[in-house]
Write a protein that binds this ligand. Structure first.
Ligand code: KDG
Length: 315
């Protein structure tokens, strides 16, 4: 039985070989990207059973994503190959000052045609967690409906619903996003915003105030990500800050997904909230030390070594 169910869009990522303006870059490495599939890969590497559901184009990119995820041990039996729509695509741009920009080519993609019926919610019996992000409801009307239906199904089945707002300003406007993300947060057990997302969703600026506002909406646990600083968590019993890990950052994209996977992994292992947040921070830190959304993610042994500060025997 799967521990975690998730669904959303995975794309081919064209990752530039060097930094600089994209119009001047000529070589790219083809990789796999997508918030929910990143979380799935991260969880699978930590030894958890996870099912990722989506639509992929019936094209070489879709097949590559399917095989890549299957190779990582993610259950892809719920993936549908769409005969008429392509797999989405996106390009990263490594700006000279260190930030990463993104350019999407995903309008009308196979994943944007995902529907509630594709999710087969009736087969989730026994799974513990549903993980959803705020990217999926921004893709299309049918995707938005699917997110709300999935959350309702998961709640009916006694699953824990975890929501990462993952606001993408290139996909939808802040006003619409705020309204939809607040509705999902109100139905979720756990919400994992960054500070900017927290501000968008609540109007509050301080992590403690953001957590309080989201808990007032209905969420039971809120963990506000503070980047290299760590995270602020709040539940009905406890709140506090967990210090982040200090690393050399190469590419920050994917850090939030790694964080989410670390937190879910802690929940599945029965850790306390504070311990889960520490695992989440460690995963986020490891994710930013390399390029690619997930390539640098650890297995369980590497993660434990990193958290304990022990050095690796490499030869
Ligand atoms: O969190 C990383 C994701 O943003 C990236 O993999 C692409 O899913 C993606 C998106 O929609 O931005």
């Amino acid at each position: 039985m799967m521990a975690v169910i998730t669904f959303g869009e995975s794309m081919v990522l064209m990752d530039p070989e060097r930094s600089g303006r994209l119009e001047n870059v000529s070589r790219f490495e083809k990789r796999i990207a997508g918030a929910e599939s990143n979380v799935s890969i991260a969880l699978s590497r930590l030894g958890h059973r996870v099912s990722w559901i989506s639509r992929l184009g019936k094209d070489p990119f879709g097949l590559g994503i399917y095989r890549g995820l299957r190779g990582e041990g993610v259950d892809v039996s719920g993936v549908i190959f769409d005969e008429t729509r392509p797999t989405g695509l996106y390009f990263k741009e490594r700006k000279a000052h260190g930030a990463t920009g993104v350019y999407y080519y995903r309008a009308g993609s196979a994943a944007s045609a995902l529907t509630t019926a594709d999710l087969n919610g009736e087969t989730w019996q026994g799974a513990q967690i549903l993980f959803v992000t705020g990217i999926t409801p921004a893709l299309s009307e049918s995707c938005r409906e699917a997110v709300f239906a999935a959350v309702d199904t998961a709640r009916q089945q006694g699953m824990t619903v975890v929501f990462d707002p993952n606001y993408r300003g290139k996909l939808w406007g802040g006003k619409e996003a705020r309204s939809v993300m607040r509705q999902i947060a109100a139905k979720a057990d756990v919400v994992l915003p960054g500070v900017g997302e927290g501000v968008l969703m609540t109007g509050s600026e301080e992590p403690a105030a953001i957590a309080f506002a989201l808990r007032s909406l209905g969420a039971k646990q809120v963990v506000v990500k503070l980047g290299p600083e760590g995270a602020w968590y709040a539940t009905s019993e406890d709140e506090g800050k967990v210090q982040g890990f200090s690393v050399q950052q190469v590419d920050e994209v994917g850090a939030g997904d790694a964080f989410a996977a670390g937190y879910l992994s802690g929940m599945l292992d029965g850790l306390t909230v504070a311990e889960s947040v520490k695992r989440a921070c460690a995963m986020g830190a490891l994710a930013v030390t390399g390029t690619g959304d997930y390539e640098n993610l650890p297995d369980r042994e590497e993660l434990e070594r990193f958290i304990s500060g022990a050095s690796e025997e490499t030869r």
